[in-house]
Design a protein around this ligand. Structure first.
Ligand code: EZ4
Ligand code: CO
Length: 405
């Protein structure tokens, strides 16, 4: 079998997605997700100009060699643009291998370690009351883990919460230029303990609660937050602080037993190596699309497992159903799987473009067996939803200082 063509598609069924289709001379094709929000076209150029020409005529079964060729074989390693491009090719090759073997990808990884994938859902509200109403509704649907985010009194916009009351803050349409949002650590601290105190009172002790700080705190502030939230026993605190300097997490760890999770923006194992090796985190949240595909995620997963770190893959709406499928296969196999983030399977437009074989019931995701990844991409449907330039917001402190997103 030989790779005969590779096509790249950009579509916007609600938000932008970059999808790769690797086509072989035997008629089998595979698909991969290369979406990098706010930098979509950079990945397209990387693929079309720099990567695809090198792959035509190669054996698609040589997944590891192609990964190493694209990563180790070039002068410029890593980086989000490059790694999203490699990731999409890698996912598509696993899809092809599964289709050729007539097996789902999880069987190629080592088979099932569990019958289903536990999900955590999002409850994001314009007040604590509103957040807990939403959380209670999710609990009634059967979710066993819920992330609580609430608007902060005194700030006009809060991470994870929409002013205009749409269901998810990122689905508020396309933004031709980045909007700006304000952050105040002091105002945040005036709200956050109440959210979890009232959350436990209302939702009880049998549900897992989580929270995403979205890197807005310094390490010592994150340590303070961890201590403050200890009585409410979170499953994990996500992105409590930036860890570009991985030693920063020693500060948090010295002060609190709150379990820590990080990694949704990481592009390689090197960004989390020290965090994992020194057991400074409890969950690694790398995504197949952003950390180099299934091949790379499998390696991170195995490395994490020997350090008592579980996986909790990113599951935001800017990862396409192709990435979600890749995660499903890894999650079903991984001995150290923890939990999968889940924000729903999208709107009608998204379902028009991507078809998949997973479903959710009682807070768990399962999939029916299909060869490869089990997802497909409809080129004609995608053509109805053209790319539009779009950005996430930029965060600033109240005095105007640019802050962490
Ligand atoms: O804000 O992927 O845990 N989930 C998250 C996400 C991110 C988005 C950015 O587009 O932090 O919702
Ligand atoms: Co997050």
């Amino acid at each position: 079998m030989k790779i005969s063509a590779i096509k790249v598609f950009v579509c916007n069924p609600g938000r932008n997605f970059v999808t790769v289709k690797v086509i072989t001379d035997e008629g089998i094709y595979g698909i991969g997700d290369a979406t990098l929000n706010g930098r979509e076209m950079a990945v397209v150029t990387c693929l079309e100009e720099h990567i695809i020409p090198c792959l035509i005529g190669r054996d698609p079964h040589a997944i590891e060699d192609i990964w190493q060729y694209l990563y180790r074989g070039v002068y410029w390693r890593k980086g989000p643009v490059n790694m999203a491009a490699i990731a999409a090719i890698d996912m598509a090759l696993w899809d092809i291998k599964g289709k050729a073997a007539n097996l789902p990808v999880y069987q190629l990884l080592g088979g099932k370690s569990r019958t289903g994938v536990t999900l955590y859902a999002h409850a994001s509200g314009s007040s604590i009351e509103d957040t807990l109403d939403k959380a209670e509704a999710l609990q009634q649907q059967g979710f066993k883990a819920i992330r609580l985010q609430s608007a902060i009194p005194g700030l006009n916009v809060t991470y994870g919460v929409l002013g205009d009351k749409k269901d998810y803050f990122e689905l508020q349409g396309n933004r031709p230029l980045p909007p700006e949002e304000t952050w105040s650590t002091q105002k945040y601290f005036s709200m956050i303990e109440d959210l979890f105190k009232r959350g436990r009172q209302r939702l009880g002790n049998h549900i897992h609660l989580l929270h995403d700080v979205h890197s807005r705190l310094t390490p010592i502030e994150a340590a303070r937050l961890g201590k403050l939230l200890e009585p409410y026993h979170l499953l994990f605190l996500e992105d409590a602080a930036i860890a570009e300097n991985q030693a920063s997490y020693e500060v948090i760890r010295q002060h609190t037993t709150v379990p820590l999770a990080i990694g949704e923006t990481y592009n390689s194992i090197w960004e989390c190596k020290d965090l994992i090796e020194n057991q400074l985190i409890d969950y690694i949240r790398t995504a197949a699309t952003h950390a180099g595909g299934i091949t790379a995620l499998r390696r991170i997963t195995d490395f994490a497992s020997i350090h008592n770190v579980k996986t909790a893959p990113h599951g935001a709406p800017d990862l396409s159903p192709v990435c979600f499928a890749a995660h499903m296969h890894i999650n079903i196999w991984a001995p150290n799987f923890g939990i999968q983030e889940f924000v729903g399977f999208g709107n009608d437009k998204l379902n028009d473009v991507f078809s998949h074989n997973f479903s959710v019931s009682n807070g768990m995701a399962t999939m029916t067996d299909a060869p490869g990844l089990g997802v497909d991409f409809d080129e004609e449907a995608a053509a109805k939803y053209p790319y539009k330039r779009s950005y996430l917001p930029v965060s600033r402190l109240e005095d105007g200082t640019a802050w962490h997103w």
